[in-house]
Design a binder for this molecule. Structure first.
Ligand SMILES: [Zn+2]
Length: 248
């Protein structure tokens, strides 16, 4: 009774707002219906390795031609939504304001598409941010997402096993090959944490997967350190225009 009164008072003082457009929403909701409808959710059927949507169900573990032609160093990847305008807006909020509110809403959207990966992992790790960038931006947005996914799923989050060792230059405006070169050898597992990685199933969490060069480098580093499995769960995935129009 007291708790319900308190919640009513809090809602009256700070009515819940849509994390994208700040319109009023009902208690317990993060997004208004309009914003929710502009998100493109990615769910089964998807390529088991790249997490890209399939036009029709090809059975459990089916792979896309891209995953067969150029297999990444991770095992499976999934993303909650396609990187559309609303998704970009959410990522911006996560980076520059409302980190906790946006992070919670985004992590909730990641639980469905990532359910299998979350259930089968031993620990959750955010894609690390170099400490100079960490200082500029104050926090790592992937770590905020990882924290919320860990809290909502009950899986442990580990943040000291995978470190970024050189400040990589910004990825903006680089070709896929240049991005790959840029982040190669950028990550390391500190020697004193090797035992915590060896034989474990790791779930890497990131905000947006573009070419995948960053998570590729992270996954390769974790695999070299003896991780048994490395899966990748992102909030948004950048899809080619043709892939965007596929309706699950
Ligand atoms: Zn809205």
């Amino acid at each position: 009774m007291a708790a319900a009164l308190w919640r009513g008072l809090v809602n009256w003082l700070t009515p819940p707002k849509c994390v994208v457009c700040r319109a009023d929403v009902t208690a317990g909701e993060s997004l208004c219906l309009c914003c929710w409808q502009t998100l493109t959710f990615i769910d089964e059927p998807v390529c088991d390795v790249l997490g890209t949507p399939f036009e029709y169900d090809q059975g459990e573990g089916a792979l896309s031609p891209a995953a067969i032609a150029d297999p990444p160093p991770w095992d499976r990847a999934r993303a909650a939504v396609a990187f559309t305008e609303t998704a970009r807006h959410l990522v911006h909020r996560l980076k520059y304001n409302d980190a906790q509110e946006a992070g919670h809403a985004m992590a909730r959207m990641m639980l469905g598409p990532g359910r299998k990966l979350i259930a089968e992992c031993d620990c959750i790790m955010p894609v690390p941010l170099h400490r100079r960038r960490l200082w500029q931006r104050r926090f790592n947005q992937a770590a905020v997402l990882a924290q919320h996914v860990a809290r909502l799923s009950g899986k442990p989050m580990v943040h000291d096993c995978l470190l970024r060792q050189v400040a990589t230059r910004s990825q903006v405006g680089l070709t896929a090959e240049e991005r790959r070169r840029n982040v190669r050898r950028a990550f390391l597992v500190p020697p004193e944490r090797l035992a915590a990685v060896a034989g474990r199933s790791v779930l890497l969490v990131d905000d947006v997967r573009t070419t995948g060069a960053t998570v590729e480098a992270c996954a390769a580093t974790l695999k070299a350190a003896g991780a048994a499995r490395v899966d990748v769960l992102s909030f948004a995935l950048v899809l080619a225009p043709a892939q965007l129009h596929i309706e699950g």
